[in-house]
Design a protein around this ligand. Structure first.
Ligand SMILES: *[C@@H]1O[C@H](CO)[C@@H](O)[C@H](O)[C@H]1NC(C)=O
Ligand SMILES: *[C@@H]1O[C@H](CO)[C@@H](O)[C@H](O)[C@H]1NC(C)=O
Ligand SMILES: *[C@@H]1O[C@H](CO)[C@@H](O)[C@H](O)[C@H]1NC(C)=O
Ligand SMILES: *[C@@H]1O[C@H](CO)[C@@H](O)[C@H](O)[C@H]1NC(C)=O
Ligand SMILES: *[C@@H]1O[C@H](CO)[C@@H](O)[C@H](O)[C@H]1NC(C)=O
Ligand SMILES: *[C@@H]1O[C@H](CO)[C@@H](O)[C@H](O)[C@H]1NC(C)=O
Ligand SMILES: *[C@@H]1O[C@H](CO)[C@@H](O)[C@H](O)[C@H]1NC(C)=O
Ligand SMILES: *[C@@H]1O[C@H](CO)[C@@H](O)[C@H](O)[C@H]1NC(C)=O
Ligand SMILES: *[C@@H]1O[C@H](CO)[C@@H](O)[C@H](O)[C@H]1NC(C)=O
Ligand SMILES: *[C@@H]1O[C@H](CO)[C@@H](O)[C@H](O)[C@H]1NC(C)=O
Length: 514
């Protein structure tokens, strides 16, 4: 009938109009950059020398940006510290900083370079985005003048921030994010509170944070859970730490655990174990790069879903403790022993047989493993481990970890130490734990630091299992849980506020000087 088909056409037309320009998928790019570092100095260089070095780095980023645009990428992420490196004091980083305004000012630096004072780096980045018609994320330093009347204002009269900026295809500044969780960065200040920075495009909603931020609830988890971003842009200068925290291993696991796309651009610096970038989708890594052999940069490109949550490939919701809390535990092993991964004390038990069902517990937290090896290699030993507690030297982050890993040698005292090669393949494995948290990141790392895309999955009852035939040679299989509400936060002592700490230190210094 005319009327109904007319109505249908109107409806279809309305739908098309609504989705005009909206994309189901897009091509993303990340660039792992081998930073040209400044010479060591205790005396700040001139602003011109600082700019000269940054331009040398941007020359290299420019080639990557052009290449990404030629391959039809919509967006490119470049790494943390990519313009000047990481070794600075507050004073020596100062000549590298620019005052970056709030994106609300609606500014295209490429068209209006002098609107906010001296801004050559912002202008060049904006022009690169505009001229190549691509979104560009870069990491640079922001300085914000403050009044000496304000007790939190540092003595030089500026707050200094580790900052990500994003320019759109017109060269407009659309996002600015100040890193919150600094990691040994005395040159930068901690912003007053975590910033929740998002922006919308025709190819999805984006959120931003930086490197060490990924271990904490804010802004990382909030961006995903409350702001429902589709894709996270994540620049990093990440030092790999085996067996649980190599970049590709942890970042791919976070993307899967959180159900978002994660675009990771790491800095490349072999002598500091910095390498490992990737484009990770919720169901599987799309592309990744790990290179300890050369000093070269590397561009990665991949097509990803604009809205992964509505894609048919989106993983099912998982109850991480359902299996582990409802089964009858396997006989707890008699020969459980203590061991360390970095500074964390695990309880381990050895995988003696070719196949078996094992449980190992620490306090009330238990990990279960069912496994069958293809062939037990004579000179290789694997253990199942459990850890629940505050992690590391700083002991601020609460971790719950179940892991099956290869020991460095057949001497059990080496279990948990870094090892890079393995030969043992598993016909099947199934790992689960009695997690108290809903934030669990599933890791599988194979020999020579490789991922295992498409060869494992998480079932809705929380079991991490291999699929599609036997595994490659295994270094680590882990369920890495973060229990944010049990993190250690300083109470009213006051030292939680970095500005106050700073004040205390300067007061002490003043007293010493007097
Ligand atoms: C480092 O110092 C050398 C020698 O003085 C000089 O040639 C070079 O340009 C400097 N590099 C940078 C990045 O400033
Ligand atoms: C971008 O284009 C402008 C002119 O539109 C040109 O002056 C500038 O050199 C170009 N910049 C880059 C980085 O390609
Ligand atoms: C001091 O600076 C902080 C951060 O910019 C600001 O939030 C606060 O209001 C300022 N305090 C005073 C007294 O101006
Ligand atoms: C993005 O769009 C959503 C609605 O689709 C809106 O709620 C949100 O505020 C927008 N975010 C930004 C940063 O514009
Ligand atoms: C790099 O990793 C290796 C092996 O994991 C470790 O022995 C070494 O200490 C690390 N280097 C740095 C600078 O952390
Ligand atoms: C997960 O499963 C366990 C065991 O069936 C159940 O007790 C728990 O309530 C479930 N958790 C959630 C968040 O559904
Ligand atoms: C397991 O861990 C707990 C808590 O750290 C510890 O008290 C216990 O001795 C460990 N068990 C073994 C066998 O090492
Ligand atoms: C492990 O347990 C499963 C049932 O839960 C059983 O079928 C299997 O035979 C057990 N494997 C070994 C090696 O004990
Ligand atoms: C294992 O290593 C420890 C310390 O690294 C050493 O004391 C012990 O003798 C070794 N055991 C064997 C059997 O080699
Ligand atoms: C299954 O494994 C084979 C060989 O390892 C691989 O070629 C294939 O792509 C995998 N299939 C899936 C669905 O991951």
């Amino acid at each position: 009938m005319i009327t109904s088909s007319f109505l249908t056409s109107v409806a279809v037309f309305a739908l098309i109009t609504l989705h005009v320009g909206a994309l189901d998928t897009f091509i993303a790019a990340v660039y792992e950059h081998a930073v040209i570092l400044p010479n060591k100095t205790e005396i700040p260089v001139s602003q011109d020398d600082a700019l000269h070095l940054m331009n040398k780095n941007i020359d290299i980023l420019e080639r990557a940006i052009k290449q990404a645009a030629e391959q039809k990428a919509r967006i490119i992420v470049t790494p943390e510290d990519a313009l000047y490196g990481w070794k600075f004091t507050r004073e020596t980083v100062f000549p590298y900083l620019e005052d970056i305004p709030d994106p609300q000012v609606n500014w295209i630096p490429c068209q209006n370079p002098h609107r906010f004072g001296h801004a050559p780096v912002q202008t060049r980045l904006s022009c690169l985005a505009k001229n190549n018609s691509i979104y560009v994320l870069a990491n640079m330093g922001d300085k914000k003048p403050c009044s000496s009347l304000n007790s939190t204002c540092p003595p030089n009269g500026y707050y200094q921030y580790n900052t990500n900026v994003v320019y759109d295809t017109e060269g407009k500044l659309v996002a600015r994010y100040h890193k919150y969780h600094l990691y040994s960065e005395p040159q930068f200040d901690v912003p007053e509170k975590p910033e929740l920075v998002t922006f919308n495009t025709t190819f999805g909603r984006f959120g931003i944070f930086t490197c060490f931020d990924i271990f904490f609830h804010d802004p990382a988890i909030t961006l995903v859970k409350d702001f429902h971003v589709d894709t996270i842009l994540f620049p990093a200068a990440w030092m790999n730490v085996l067996p649980l925290l190599t970049a590709i291993e942890f970042h791919s696991a976070w993307a899967m655990g959180m159900g978002v796309n994660l675009l990771v651009a790491n800095t490349h610096h072999v002598s500091l174990n910095m390498t490992g970038s990737g484009i990770y989708a919720p169901n599987s890594p799309k592309v990744y790069h790990y290179d300890m052999k050369t000093e070269l940069g590397k561009i990665l490109l991949s097509e990803v879903d604009s809205h992964p949550r509505v894609s048919p490939a989106y993983p099912i919701a998982v109850n991480w403790s359902a299996y582990a809390t409802t089964i009858k535990p396997f006989p707890v092993q008699k020969n459980t022993f203590r061991g360390f991964i970095s500074r964390d004390e695990f309880n381990f038990t050895e995988l003696f047989e070719n196949a078996g069902n094992l449980t190992v517990c620490q306090k009330e937290f238990c990990c279960h493993l069912s496994y069958r090896m293809l062939k037990k290699e004579e000179n290789e030993v694997y253990v199942l481990g459990a850890f629940t507690g505050l992690h590391g030297r700083r002991r601020r982050e609460y971790w719950q970890v179940c892991t099956m890993l290869k020991c460095k040698t057949t001497n059990l005292t080496t279990c948990g130490r870094p090892v890079q090669t393995a030969f043992t393949r598993f016909e099947m494995f199934s790992l689960s734990g009695t997690f108290g948290t809903e934030y669990v990141f599933p890791e599988v790392l194979l020999t020579e630091i490789h991922l295992s895309p498409g060869k494992f999955e998480v079932l809705k009852d929380g079991r991490l299992v291999n699929k599609n035939g036997s595994s490659g040679p295994v270094l680590t299989v882990a369920l890495f849980g973060r229990w944010y509400t049990k993190d250690y936060v300083y109470n009213s002592c006051g030292t939680c506020n970095p500005a106050v700490t700073y004040l205390l230190i300067s007061t002490v210094l003043m007293i010493v000087a007097l």
